[in-house]
Design a protein around this ligand. Structure first.
Ligand code: NDP
Length: 287
């Protein structure tokens, strides 16, 4: 039987609609409008599209968004000055630094400069540490989106063997840490795989849940998936004029019990979770 499609677009739309209600209640109660400041340095067209989509989503949810566009030649000091201004601006609640930054700028230095209280991407070591210890201030947007999809699709996560492909700071590592926590859509037994993993297919075939985040088009093939497994595809890869995931979607739908499409799976959830973190940051600012 073909896999059920986990419709991230629909789940994200529901979350965003509930969130706009929460935003308007918060504004009524505090007279403070949540505000996300986005920093876009350079002229990468894909980054510009991502930022535009995030801003549109903010507008629809009643969250103010401002864009700080900087030229490719911006210096690291120039970026740090802007981050410091945004950190100190009481009207700004969330700061989003769109990656990648121009090659001459040290991304880690810039990301570390964002105050943890406005770090809506959950990249700051303080926030990562809190998340790992199971007492999060913010949750990282993409892994949180994946967890919400597991929850709304009714996937049994507690006790399941979850195999996470990829160990990046943005997706793989925090994803694994969140799945291993105690709690809802968690309590899994987790294996993390990366480019040095040996016998990868043997490991993925043992997975009840696969989360693929490696950035290799159609890498996870049907023979790597246990019948009945739930497959979450985080990958976004441009192949010709098409976007494809890290999973060989068609054949894998014949084996898996549930699967996320690309596009329309994890991507929309990432944005919804960013909005949620911005509201959380605004709430923090008034406490
Ligand atoms: P990175 O390039 O930072 O990390 C990729 C990871 O995959 C690394 O840990 C790497 O291992 C591992 N890897 C690469 N090749 C293999 C292989 N052959 N076998 C096993 N592991 C491998 O990518 P990101 O985590 O940032 O992103 C992953 C994908 O998710 C991309 O397609 C990206 O576009 C997408 N993405 C989607 C988002 C969304 O909202 N849907 C958000 C963020 C990312 P090693 O560490 O050893 O190099």
């Amino acid at each position: 039987m073909a896999a059920a499609i986990i419709d991230g677009k629909a789940v994200a739309a529901q979350l965003r609609s509930a969130l706009s209600g929460e935003v308007s209640k918060f504004v009524d109660a505090t007279n403070v409008q949540p505000h996300l400041a986005a920093v876009l340095a350079g002229d990468d067209p894909a980054s510009a599209v991502y930022v535009r989509n995030k801003q549109k989503a903010c507008d629809a949810a009643g969250i103010r968004s401002t864009l700080h566009r900087l030229p490719t030649e911006i210096t690291e000091d120039g970026l740090l000055t802007l981050i410091s201004q945004l950190n100190n601006d009481p009207a700004v609640h969330g700061i989003l630094v769109q990656l990648p930054l121009p090659g001459h700028v040290r991304e880690q230095v810039v990301l570390d400069a964002v105050t943890p209280l406005k770090d809506v991407d959950c990249f700051h070591p303080e926030n990562v540490g809190l998340m790992v210890q199971g007492r999060p201030r913010f949750l990282p947007c993409t892994p949180h989106g994946v967890q919400q999809l597991l929850l709304t699709s009714g996937t049994q996560v507690a006790g399941a063997h979850a195999v996470v492909l990829g160990r990046s700071e943005i997706v793989g590592k925090p994803m694994a840490m969140m799945l291993v926590q105690r709690g809802e859509a968690a309590d899994a037994t987790v294996t993390i795989c990366h480019s040095r993993t040996q016998g990868l297919a043997e490991i993925t075939r043992q997975a009840d849940i696969i989360v693929a985040a490696i950035g290799k088009p159609r890498f996870v093939t049907a023979d790597m998936v246990k019948p009945g497994a739930v497959v979450i595809d985080v990958g976004i890869n441009r192949v010709g004029d098409k976007l494809v995931g890290d999973v060989d979607y068609g054949p894998v739908t014949e084996v898996a019990s549930a699967i996320t499409p690309v596009p329309g799976g994890v991507g929309p959830m990432t944005i919804a979770m960013l909005l949620q973190n911005t509201l959380t940051a605004a709430k923090i600012s008034v406490t």
